[in-house]
Ligand binder design. Structure first.
Ligand SMILES: Nc1ncnc2c1ncn2[C@@H]1O[C@H](COP(=O)(O)OP(=O)(O)OP(=O)(O)O)[C@@H](O)[C@H]1O
Length: 611
């Protein structure tokens, strides 16, 4: 089925010229950021560019003096070449200096660019961390993040283009001054030759940006297809299910469409660019003929001819370069807008966080008539949930897939806010506490925990990264989660690199990864522990051992366990059974068994399976 033109493209195709220019207001802020990155290198670069800007006109001027001197001496009866050789020496020194300056500029640009690329990437990572999880799941926001992230190299290019532009401008001003001094009329010819190519460049650059921006979502899909089509994690399924053609087909459809649109634009841009360049060359020759006539009629000298033709030639090239750089700058400035908009996303707390967190939990948590729908979703996931988790209690959440168990923990952790109703800690709405400090209360291992391709030691220390060098603590945590058995089989022990992405990395089995991830929960002396199906990949013996240890260690701690295994669940103090976003039952294992309701049925069903 042919794909329809992406909606985002149609909507964004109207990026106007005004918009392109308006993005330029971000340039001063951009320079401020670079300045803050490395003041010394920035000053050095500016100094070199200033010298580099005036050198061309000085070199042309010395060239003019040399030619005039040659003619003078060739006409003299006894030639005195002292001055001539001095001028040649000066020109030689200037050429060497010019080369030195352009190398110094390239060097400072690349060093400054690297430093800026590092600092802007750090800003993006830090900002992403401050942003609400709910926002991170929003696709529009994700596109913004994507544009901010992927444009890092573009911003480095922008830096050197923008600095180069200032240099070109000074250079152009000195050359124009030279032209005006000898032949002011040449300026008109110069302007006429350059305006069409400027308009051409600006027009195409904003088209290009519209196209790229409009396709952000689709490019993200392309990246995703490229990822699933060629990586070791998906290779098994892609091969077994024979998905290669499906993935390739989808990738081709999408990328061909983009390719075609881009191609059309690139061809038009090149063809018109060529045409306008011919205009530039024509005007140069027009100027050349004019200057030749002026020499022949004795108005200007031969030296002045070389200066003027050289200056005019340089000026056309410099101006063309200036305009094409300028359009590239406006193009990149639009990405700069995305970057700064991302950094400026408001992270001010939405609630008054005026309550001091209790040192220890005295009463516990209470969900009071909590309703919840995910942002932009119509379905209500939690429909008036009310229950208490007493201080020091071990609570298990049970329910079928999609019942809302994980969602409950996400609300408790303040990743999302209830649509209505409230969650209290010791009688106070959890929104009234400082969010970061409140989240510090928890030690959480999610069912979709991340497999960091770091060393085992780092993987465990992630639970409390300040303790990265505390080997003893890491080993104790590993022993509690049974990860120590995994480590003992690894060649490099705790220093073993995990995963296959990096050199000498060792891949683990699903259960082994879980044991390593579980150890993270023990790294922190958290007040509340949440384990969301962390043992699903463990064998029955390992799971029961892990839980025995967990329960022993978290004796007086408030904890929540989500599990589909009833042998584990039954060990909890109380069990909450969720069904379709509502609390169906709540009680101890025995109470629920006596009730003979859903829990008892599910328990019996699983017990049968083990017989
Ligand atoms: N980020 C999200 N955005 C929109 N809907 C979501 C999101 N996360 C989960 N849901 C939906 O919320 C419902 C409850 O999901 P939740 O993960 O809480 O279930 P669960 O009880 O933990 O299930 P499981 O036992 O399968 O882990 C599901 O219907 C799911 O599709």
């Amino acid at each position: 089925m042919p794909r329809q033109t992406p909606k985002s493209l149609k909507d964004n195709n109207k990026t106007s010229l005004k918009r392109s220019f308006s993005a330029l207001i971000f340039i001063p802020r951009f320079f401020k950021e670079i300045w803050r990155t490395n003041k010394k290198k920035f000053l050095l670069s500016a100094f070199c560019r200033l010298i580099g800007a005036v050198l061309p006109v000085v070199i042309l001027w010395v060239g003019k003096i040399i030619i005039d001197e040659i003619i003078l001496q060739s006409k003299a009866e006894t030639a005195d070449l002292t001055n001539l050789w001095t001028y040649v020496g000066v020109e030689f020194a200037l050429i060497i200096l010019s080369d030195l300056i352009s190398r110094a500029i390239a060097l400072t640009d690349s060093l400054l660019g690297d430093a800026y690329s590092i600092s802007s990437s750090v800003s993006i990572i830090k900002k992403t961390n401050q942003i609400n999880i709910s926002l991170l799941e929003d696709s529009e926001f994700y596109d913004k993040l994507e544009r901010a992230r992927t444009q890092t190299t573009g911003r480095v290019g922008l830096m050197s283009n923008a600095l180069g532009e200032v240099q070109s401008l000074i250079s152009i001003a000195t050359l124009v001054a030279g032209l005006i001094y000898f032949e002011p009329y040449l300026i008109i010819l110069l302007i006429l030759s350059i305006i069409p190519s400027f308009i051409n460049e600006i027009w195409f650059s904003q088209k290009q940006y519209s196209l790229a921006r409009g396709w952000t979502a689709e490019r993200r899909e392309l990246d995703y297809l490229r990822f699933i089509g060629a990586n070791n994690q998906t290779a098994k399924e892609i091969k077994l299910f024979g998905l290669t053609d499906f993935v390739v087909g989808r990738f081709k459809n999408l990328s061909n469409e983009y390719y075609e649109l881009n191609k059309k634009l690139a061809i038009k841009r090149s063809a018109l660019g060529f045409l306008f360049n011919v205009l530039g060359t024509l005007s140069y020759y027009g100027a050349y003929v004019f200057i030749i006539y002026r020499v022949i009629s004795g108005v200007i000298t031969l030296g002045e001819l070389t200066f003027l033709s050289g200056a005019f030639n340089r000026l056309t090239r410099n101006l063309q370069d200036f305009f094409s750089k300028f359009t590239r700058i406006t193009e990149s400035a639009l990405y700069l807008k995305d970057y700064f908009e991302f950094l400026d996303i408001s992270i001010a707390p939405t609630h008054i966080e005026d309550q001091v967190l209790p040192e220890t939990i005295s009463m516990g948590f209470e969900f009071k008539n909590v309703h919840f729908s995910y942002p932009d979703a119509d379905v209500e996931i939690l429909k008036g949930v009310s229950f208490k988790i007493n201080a020091g209690e071990k609570m298990a959440f049970v329910g079928q897939n999609g019942a809302g168990k994980t969602t409950l923990t996400k609300l408790l952790l303040r990743f999302y806010e209830p649509t209505s109703g409230e969650i209290l800690l010791d009688g106070i709405n959890i929104n009234r506490f400082n969010k970061a400090a409140y989240q510090e209360f928890f030690g959480v291992i999610f069912q979709d925990f991340f497999k960091y391709e770091f060393t085992v030691k780092e993987n465990i220390a992630i639970g409390n990264i300040d303790e990265l060098d505390n080997q003893e603590k890491i080993e104790t945590a590993a022993a509690l989660s049974l990860a120590d058995e995994v480590v003992s089989e690894l060649k490099l022990g705790y220093d073993q690199q995990l995963g296959k992405r990096f050199y000498k990395g060792q891949e683990l089995s699903g259960g082994q990864w879980q044991k390593v991830a579980l150890a993270r929960a023990y790294m922190k002396d958290a007040k509340v522990m949440i384990l969301d199906e962390p043992t699903s990949a463990l064998d029955a013996k390992a799971e029961s051992e892990v839980f025995e240890r967990f329960i022993g260690l978290t004796k007086d701690k408030t904890s929540i366990i989500i599990s589909h295994r009833f042998s584990t669940v039954r060990q909890a103090d109380r069990i909450l059974v969720l069904k379709d976003g509502k609390v169906l039952e709540l009680g101890t294992h025995q109470q629920l068994m006596d009730k003979q309701s859903l829990y008892a049925q599910l328990f019996a069903l699983q017990a049968e399976g083990y017989q």
